[in-house]
Design a protein around this ligand. Structure first.
Ligand SMILES: Nc1nc(=O)c2ncn([C@@H]3O[C@@H]4COP(=O)(O)O[C@H]5[C@@H](O)[C@H](n6cnc7c(N)ncnc76)O[C@@H]5COP(=O)(O)O[C@@H]3[C@@H]4O)c2[nH]1
Lengths: 195, 195
């Protein structure tokens, strides 16, 4: 089942590398955020990885593309320097690199808020696969809403079952097809609830 | 279908980033190999990415772990400096890095042979997922030989259909459960056939 498999491989092939400490070179996500905050002289009110799941599965290269154009009154995202990368040999690839991004949310009349966020990459890849139906014929008939819902449900369940990850990841559902929904505002609300 | 999905996402989420030129910053795999060869003063007899598919799905961090211990008469693999990495913003992750490895194969009495090789990462991740059946309950019942054969068949077919990738990737089946099978020797034979 495609959606379930996507979630398991995202967790085992990625979150397991970037969230827990490996007991050796990598200190773990939370401590990685602390080191960054100390070095940059900033504060992260919530030390979790925000994983954004967009309704259309469209994932822009930079989260700033979700900002509302010509709405300077609304909060908006801007990328900052990334967190320190994690390097390890994986499946014959020497020094494979895993890197999480830091963003700041500007809001008018208040200081900016910092966080670590990114889209759920497997949905981005699926989105691209579905656009190339001639190349990926076997997946052309897949039931997309079912795959996405399986992915989200399985990912949430695996995160909840994992003591090392459950309080360090936050799934954020964002309806990018709704002109009124502003990702930066949604993230600010999430942060306020979790602070 | 899990195996088919794995192959499509491996191609669209990875091979599409590392093999073709992007028309801008990344010159493409073949030219990347040329630049490396010129810089390091070496020669690649075959400028393709060798993707190793092991029978057990076990993928060691470094291909040298497939060498036969105490058999100095047999060819053996050693990692070299990696090819130049590819950096791009992907799905909200700023400067995500993709990097291919270079290896040399030593053989007694002859000069070493250079190549770019790695394991098929989705099989590595699947292997790890199958070891954690409590965490990934839904995948515990999956028919493994079927998933692997779907993955291999779909990957070979998608590579063959893609003009930009078909002569630049080589799938290598390696029976790591056979004590007589030496990966370095298999790769040397492949290179001799393709030269
Ligand atoms: N050899 C190799 N080197 C790479 O850099 C690489 N990047 C991806 N892949 C493999 O291609 C396929 C598609 O990738 P996608 O990004 O959609 O899913 C990825 C992605 O959602 C997430 N992930 C993995 N590495 C990163 C990363 N560095 N940054 C963000 N997300 C990542 O976790 C999923 C599974 O990863 P892997 O199980 O390592 O194998 C992937 C996958 O089989 C790679 N394979």
């Amino acid at each position: 089942n495609y959606g379930v498999g996507m979630a398991c491989s995202y967790f085992e092939g990625y979150l397991v590398h970037v969230i827990p400490s490996d007991g050796a070179k990598f200190v773990g996500f939370e401590e990685n955020m602390d080191k960054y905050a100390a070095k940059q002289g900033i504060v992260f009110p919530v030390k979790r990885l925000f994983i954004i799941i967009s309704k259309s599965m469209y994932c822009p290269p930079d989260l700033k593309h979700f900002n509302k154009a010509n709405r300077e009154d609304l909060p908006y995202l801007e990328a900052c320097q990334s967190l320190e990368e994690i390097e390890k040999d994986v499946a014959g690839v020497k020094n494979r690199t895993y890197r999480n991004s830091a963003y700041k949310i500007y809001r008018s009349g208040k200081p900016p808020v910092y966080l670590s966020a990114e889209c759920a990459t497997p949905l981005h890849t699926l989105h691209r696969v579905l656009q190339k139906t001639a190349l990926y014929e076997d997946l052309a008939k897949v039931n997309v809403p079912e795959v996405v819902s399986d992915f989200c449900r399985t990912l949430a369940s695996v995160i909840a079952k994992s003591p090392e990850c459950r309080d360090k990841c936050e799934l954020v559902y964002y309806d990018d097809t709704d002109p009124k929904a502003n990702l930066a505002s949604i993230l600010l609300n999430k942060i306020r609830d979790l602070e």
